[in-house]
Design a protein. Structure first.
Length: 472
């Protein structure tokens, strides 16, 4: 049966979900509080870059299965499902800011008051364990005058999509986790998802609401820890003669207990989820008197990782004042325009502080970059234009178009062909003797190698160690 769905908050999660549900035949009403975003969506476009989303929205505009609404309250009353997909950012003190969630709950509660049918409220925003059964439930009941589990349904349905492949991940998720207040609520969501996924239904588990919230928080904390772990191993690899962290990760990844994904060393994890969710979990745990020391260490390592690059730039260009640095890639990962908590932001601000003249380029994130950096940096119209006359080039995001750049471009257009490739997109440059090529996590030549002996570590005299490989 065709479902009527209200989505509150049309960002990366909300708009992608809305488009996927509408495409499969549901009638979707989208409520977005930001007027400018509403206008863009109503015209059949997305306000952020996500592969294939614009095309879907364009097609949906013709079908009228997805509409932008101005009044969430009356939309609730005519919906089967009301999904909350608003942001849950962290405040400066690391605590989750739930003001958008609170507002959304109040709007939905006002709608529940008017509803004469059973409406299932679905929490998709990422929140700490216990938030839905306490704060969300209380707000919904208080402002609707109705009882959760009796008059309306309530579930936590955590989202695991990845920006850059959000549509694909929504259509083919790794798993579905339903956190239910009661069986009736869980059944209602399971029925909808079984219809939506049909034969492609992924593994589905049903748990209570706090467990579902914990699964989401723990998953993100684990992924973030994996990234910080390999970044620290990469830093150690650099101390050895020709040890490449990519090969180390390959060797580790064949072990199915470890897995190869999220073992790519780089300038640190960013984006709207991992840093914020990890911080919120660490802070939240402390409120229960629990220290998450591993997660804390992952966060601390991630704070330092982008700044290691500044040392490397200094080492390669010498006096930085007035030197030109080209930064290729600004979004926190390829195939998205999202720069929230991207390592590029920290790195670029630090480069500007060293007195360097920074020029930046990204295939999709230039608008976001302009609002973040204003006139403190220069903006290039292409990668080619960005590296021209630069003393050093930093590649921070593995956009496909960067892998097509040739060594000739760097040699002929840069003042000095110095390339720091943080994402291994141009490995072949390493072979070109005209280019100073550095990647994170590759050991230097033998002169820098560290030798461990009798469990003590000391640097060998450069002449002695030259040409010798460390026996690991
Ligand atoms: P987002 O910032 O892209 O989108 C949230 C949208 O909600 C914004 O457009 C905002 O204007 C709107 N909004 C806020 N309050 C509103 C209200 N009261 N009524 C109507 N609209 C409102 O956020 P996002 O990246 O889509 O993330 C949403 C939630 O999903 C977060 O909790 C996030 O942690 C979680 N999540 C995000 C991702 C991701 O990759 N982005 C993945 C999984 C989970």
């Amino acid at each position: 049966m065709q479902k009527r769905i209200l989505i509150v908050g049309a960002g990366y999660v909300g708009l992608v979900s809305a488009a996927c549900y509408a495409q499969s035949g549901s009638r979707v009403a989208v409520y977005e509080k930001d007027q400018a975003k509403r206008g863009i969506i109503a015209s059949g476009r997305s306000w952020f870059y996500e592969p294939s989303l614009d095309r879907m929205l364009r097609n949906l505009k013709k079908t009228r299965r997805m509409t932008v609404v101005l009044d969430p309250v009356s939309a609730v009353a005519s919906s089967d499902l009301a999904m909350i997909t608003v942001g849950t950012p962290t405040r400066r003190d690391g605590i989750a800011d739930l003001s958008d969630l609170d507002r959304a709950c109040r709007d939905i509660a006002e709608g529940l008051k008017l509803a004469s049918r059973y409406v299932l409220v679905v929490i998709r925003s990422t929140v700490l364990p216990g938030t839905t059964s306490e704060l969300v439930r209380r707000t919904l009941e208080r402002f609707s005058g109705k009882k959760a589990g009796r008059d309306f349904g309530l579930v936590v349905y955590p989202e695991f999509l990845r920006e850059g492949s959000a549509v694909r991940d929504t259509l083919h998720p790794s798993r579905i986790v339903i956190g239910e207040l009661d069986r009736c609520s869980g059944n209602a969501l399971e029925r909808f998802l079984k219809e939506f996924y049909g034969r492609d239904l992924p593994p589905l588990i049903r748990v209570n609401m706090a467990t579902a919230e914990m699964i989401k928080g723990a998953s993100n904390a684990f992924l973030a820890t994996k990234v910080s772990f390999i970044n620290e191993i990469a830093n150690l690899c650099e101390s050895f003669n020709n040890v490449d962290v990519d090969r180390v990760a390959d060797g580790m990844g064949y072990d199915h207990r470890i897995g190869r994904e999220f073992l790519n060393a780089g300038p640190g994890f960013g984006g709207s989820c991992l840093p914020k969710d990890l911080k919120a979990l660490v802070k939240g745990a402390r409120q229960f008197g629990v220290r998450l020391r591993v997660a804390e260490a992952a966060l601390a390592a991630n704070e330092l990782q982008p700044l290691r690059l500044i040392g490397l730039v200094r080492e390669l260009v010498g006096n930085t004042r007035g030197k030109k640095v080209a930064v290729l890639g600004l979004s926190f990962k390829p195939s998205t325009s999202d720069m929230r908590m991207a390592p590029s932001v920290k790195i670029i601000r630090a480069l500007v502080k060293t007195g360097m003249r920074v020029k930046v380029y990204d295939p999709e994130a230039m608008e976001n970059a302009k609002s973040l950096f204003a006139d403190s940096v220069a903006y290039a119209s292409s990668a080619r234009n960005c590296v021209r006359q630069a003393d050093c080039c930093l590649i921070l995001t593995e956009w496909g178009e960067f892998s097509a750049l040739t060594s000739g471009l760097f040699v002929q257009t840069m003042k000095k062909a110095v390339v720091i490739d943080c994402r291994r997109v141009l490995k072949s440059l390493k072979l070109d003797s005209r280019i100073v090529y550095r990647a994170l996590g590759i050991g230097r030549e033998a002169s820098d190698a560290i030798v461990w002996r009798n469990c003590t570590m000391r640097r060998e005299h450069p002449n002695k160690s030259r040409g010798r490989r460390h026996p690991i």
